[in-house]
Design a protein around this ligand. Structure first.
Ligand code: MLT
Length: 393
């Protein structure tokens, strides 16, 4: 089943059998801090608008409300020197949905390349579409997927594949490893995709966590990305919308497959199968770009990154091999003493009541690794690190 559903079931079973144990959940990347005041205010005022015929809103426009698409184009792209216009943005109820659905506009014989380990949605949605061939339980690989190993030896950054793909999924800052690539490295991918005629599906859900200067926030910072890249953005991690649901996808009008416009194809798909994120949620999204919203969210991101630093430092002191956590809310650690990822998961759940995510759940190259998130409360994060420091293996 879906990785995070499997984990939730295991944890629920353990809790049922041990009702007195206080489990700390640093598994799924779900936020814990409340919505920022500017967002709550926007939600209240949009709800009030829905109570009056003159200000009531029914179906949203196909691509989303202009007020939000303009704010996105201006703040996320034009202010950062990226040539993206409001009418190249499609608003949705989340990046997970868009990452999973985007493959529908491509042929079923298209060859997909993914990082290994990888956010499971990219692979699983292609499996469901019948694009991945047969599964080998021993290698845990699909015959028709190109896996690009991201290991300690290559700094958890994928290398250009030997076999030429049609679709390349990239996610930076990375889920699950927390690794990043520089703008020059991303430019190599853009040049490669333009050369071989591949489309890069770039998941930038964690861009708000970038703290270092040479790490690109958008693939459109690279020359030539308008002809080879689609970008996904989320409001879940930068603004705490995991339960509110809002995201968007950028498809530049220059992006073509042969003479077919991918923007037009996605517009057709979006219009046919989707009725838009709710008006009140899109107004909440607009508040993310207000001066107050920006200031409040900067603090929220800093809160989680403080947790990341705490975990990183604490585990380093305890002798773990750790990475990530500098430009991303994920910490990637090596399971001690050669334990498999699931052995370490069970060990931590049963002995110190801390939940993380087994690296092997993200792909075969994640075996022997383990992911912790920085999205817990500070108090829980401190307690979890204390418990991890005490384990005797
Ligand atoms: C994760 O834990 O990997 C995230 O929750 C993924 C997501 O945002 O769907």
């Amino acid at each position: 089943s879906y990785l995070f559903s499997t984990i939730a079931k295991k944890v629920a079973a353990y809790q049922e059998a041990n009702p007195d144990k206080e489990i700390i959940r640093l598994g799924i990347g779900d936020v814990t801090q409340p919505l920022a005041p500017a967002i709550i205010e926007a939600l209240h005022s949009a709800v009030d608008e829905m109570a009056h015929a003159e200000t009531f809103h029914g179906y949203a426009p196909d691509l989303g409300y202009e007020f939000l698409r303009s704010a996105m184009a201006k703040n996320d792209y034009q202010a950062k020197g990226c040539d993206i216009k409001a009418d190249e943005i499609f608003i949705s109820d989340g990046a997970k949905e868009d990452c999973g659905n985007i493959q529908e506009i491509f042929g079923t014989d298209n060859k997909v390349a993914v990082c290994d380990p990888v956010y499971p949605v990219y692979v699983d949605s292609n499996v469901m579409a019948g694009r991945t061939g047969t599964y080998d339980a021993d290698t845990q690989m699909w015959s028709d997927v190109i896996y690009m190993p991201c290991l300690a030896e290559n700094g958890f950054a994928p290398e250009l594949p030997k076999e030429t793909p049609d679709l390349i999924y990239l996610c930076f800052p990375n889920n699950p490893t927390g690794a990043t690539i520089t703008k020059a490295q991303l430019q190599e991918w853009v040049d490669y995709a333009n050369k071989v005629g591949a489309v890069i599906l770039y998941d930038a859900a964690y861009e708000a966590y970038i703290s270092e200067p040479d790490v690109p926030h958008s693939i459109y910072e690279c020359e030539g990305a308008r002809t080879c890249a689609i970008e996904f953005r989320s409001f879940s991690k930068n603004a705490g919308f995991t339960g509110v649901r809002l995201g968007f996808t950028v498809i530049p009008k220059d992006l073509k497959s042969g003479d077919v416009s991918l923007h037009a194809l996605w517009a057709r798909r979006h219009g046919t199968k989707y009725n838009g994120a709710p008006y009140i949620v899109q107004r909440a999204g607009e508040a993310v770009y207000s001066a107050a919203g920006k200031a409040q969210l900067k603090e929220q991101v800093a809160y989680y990154m403080n947790n990341a630093q705490y975990i990183l430092k604490g585990l380093q002191e305890a002798g773990f091999t750790v990475s990530g956590g500098v430009n991303a809310p994920y910490i990637w650690l090596k399971a001690p003493n050669g334990m498999t990822s699931w052995e370490f998961f069970d060990y931590l759940l049963e002995n110190v009541n801390v939940v993380g995510t087994p690296g092997s759940g993200f792909g075969p190259s994640g075996e022997h690794y383990f992911r912790l998130t920085a999205f817990g409360s500070y108090e829980n994060t401190v307690e979890a690190v204390d418990r991890l420091k005490k384990i005797q293996l």
